[in-house]
Design a binder for this molecule. Sequence first.
Ligand SMILES: *Cc1c(COP(=O)(O)O)cnc(C)c1O
Length: 377
Amino acid sequence: RSLLMIPGPIEFDPAVLAALGAPTTSHLAPNFIDAFGQALDRMREVFQCREGQPFVLAGSGTLAMDCAGANLAEPGDKALVINTGYFSERFAVLLARYGAQVTQVDAAVGGRPALEDVQAALQRERYKLVTITHVDTSTAVIADVPGIAALARSHGALVVVDGVCSVAGEELRMDEWGVDLALTASQKAIGVPPGLALLVAGPRAMEAFARRKTPVLNYYADWTNWLPVMQAYAARRPSYFGTPAVNLVFALHVALGQILAEGLEERFARHRQLSRMCQAGIAALGLGQVPLQAEFAAHTLTAPRYPVGINGADFLARVSQAGVVLAGGLHPAIKTEYFRIGHMGAHTTGDVLATLGAIETALAGCGYKFEPGTGVA
Ligand SMILES: *Cc1c(COP(=O)(O)O)cnc(C)c1O
């Protein structure tokens, strides 16, 4: 088998996979209602949002983004997108689709907008919501969520965080930082195979939803349909709008239990350690990285640049022959210039060492000159 070191889907824990393989129950069976209800309680803890309203929908991370946009934006609303890459761009396009007037604060590829620029944008215009991509998976740049959230809140805007590549890997404290909605997908640091869109909306987001003047322009994602269902499962009562992904919810229940058993602080520290290992190994091999400054670099993935003269497709095929699967570039402006290593969830220090070993093998095969063993060391 290959070691899957891409930024989602990741390697999954055997207990999570076992839950996925158990015989499917009715979505109204008492043991399922119990597992779903407990999973919702656990989401509040993992997202650190005591009064938050969790939503679990069958779909990918993009559905979670769509759900946030559809329920919070109304035609004519002003939205500010803090752009750190491809997924920030996606949020801008999505919000515009729901009729929002979108303004973006940009940065160079691999950079992130300065807080002064965010402040200036917030002073020029009154925004209903501000979106932040916590870790933009196309650049491996981590945004300053607490800094931006404080500014947005002081200007009365809702703070929406795309945490698809961060929740349960990067430090994220919704209550403490003033984040009104955070979202993710099952297959990243949460550690469940692809198929669940996960959101937690804080009280201000739910109030904004309740004050809507127009219907939600997305039938499936409309909280009007899902709120009673989530409230019922939380109260351990049966309910139905659309059939939940029963086995994935059982697996989510197990994964969230593992995350809380490890401890959130311990988990954040482990991700910092994995990223330090990976980034130190890459640097020792003489490769640069996409984030323009060390403090911009995420802890859930690393985005090394290819050395001059190395062909990306050739390199990735050689890494794969060495038993490790890595991801190519994603940001359109630099797509062929870099690759991506995911290290989150159940990934271990051993996995990172194996990955660095495979990278060395592939670099040597591509003719790159370096001292063998320096990355692993
Ligand atoms: C992966 C990812 C998404 C999209 O999630 P899908 O499950 O692929 O739809 C959105 N935002 C970020 C930051 C991501 O990393």
